[in-house]
Design a protein around this ligand. Sequence first.
Ligand SMILES: Nc1ncnc2c1ncn2[C@@H]1O[C@H](COP(=O)(O)OP(=O)(O)OP(=O)(O)O)[C@@H](O)[C@H]1O
Ligand SMILES: [Mg+2]
Length: 342
Amino acid sequence: MSNHRKIRRAATKKEDTPNRNGAALALTKVEKCYPRLNKPAVENFSIDIDTGEVVCLVGPPGCGKTTTLKMINRLIEPTSGEIFIDNESTLSIDPPQLRRRIGYMAKEVGLFPHMTVTQNVGAIPRILGWEEGVVHARVDELLRLAGLDPRQINGLYPSQLSGDQQQRIGMARALAADPPVLLLDEPFGATEPHARKRLQGDFLHIQRTLGKTIVFVTQDFQEALRVADRVAILSERAKIIQYDRPSEILAHPANPYVASFFSTHVGITRLGLLTVADTRLLPAGQQLADAVVTTSTTLQDALDMLVQLRRPRLTVVDKDGITVGELDFYTVAQATADKDGL
Ligand SMILES: Nc1ncnc2c1ncn2[C@@H]1O[C@H](COP(=O)(O)OP(=O)(O)OP(=O)(O)O)[C@@H](O)[C@H]1O
Ligand SMILES: [Mg+2]
């Protein structure tokens, strides 16, 4: 990794990711031409993805996001170009073997309707011949990680689950065989905004716990900013217009096309990227139990709390729960002004 790269990663939101269990990916001049389509669906696509990194592909409908994703695990074969997983060409790996190293969740989740939750999540480990006891323990562990109670949900069928639960189970299933790489195609696309935010938060928790390499397709730029270490903004035929970390894209959009993804929400967007740790806190006063944020809370969430709790100030604690100061509207406003050029 170059010095430049080290500095860039050190500045990302997830610098303290404890595990690095993923694999590096590289796509080199990848192209896909479908029969009867007069233009390639994906043209000359090259990207490097570091081990343990979350990369979002963002772009308009039909620009080739799903095709690109499915070429990584050879659900779709590239017409030309090469794809490497930890420097090994995917073309030299038998597709079923390759897919054991790459978990996949499609846009429509696709749980098996005739199988219970346990059977769905444990499907791949069972195919791999894991012992039944090990499969059960793994299923319970993943369901808990995905924010579900195994005792309540294990025996249910997909038709008995909410959309939110189905998406969590789809994610658990993709992780079941502990693959180093995860491909997620609009994983929260069908979720209403409030549940979506919770899912994104839980997704980040899972990622921090497991340290997988994740390629995450979304049409929602705000979602990409929230979950990604780096975002690739695509236009037609999966052409990469800009590939960088979220704060760089916001500060230096490559062109008006990129800026158009966020120009109307730039203030809100910045608040979602800055945390309480980026502010100059006021001295601590009396702690109010229901008005506490941590230094890692985003300024957007802190502002939401100020409004919803109708409090002039919030108490700020560090990760050990020790009070470090207070925050009010002016602290937030000052931080966004200080970080001009973020
Ligand atoms: N199996 C196929 N045969 C022929 N053309 C296809 C096939 N799959 C996709 N395409 C075409 O390739 C282009 C890219 O499709 P793709 O599904 O990769 O886009 P996408 O960015 O994922 O779109 P969306 O945001 O709607 O999911 C589109 O023009 C689509 O119509
Ligand atoms: Mg798609």
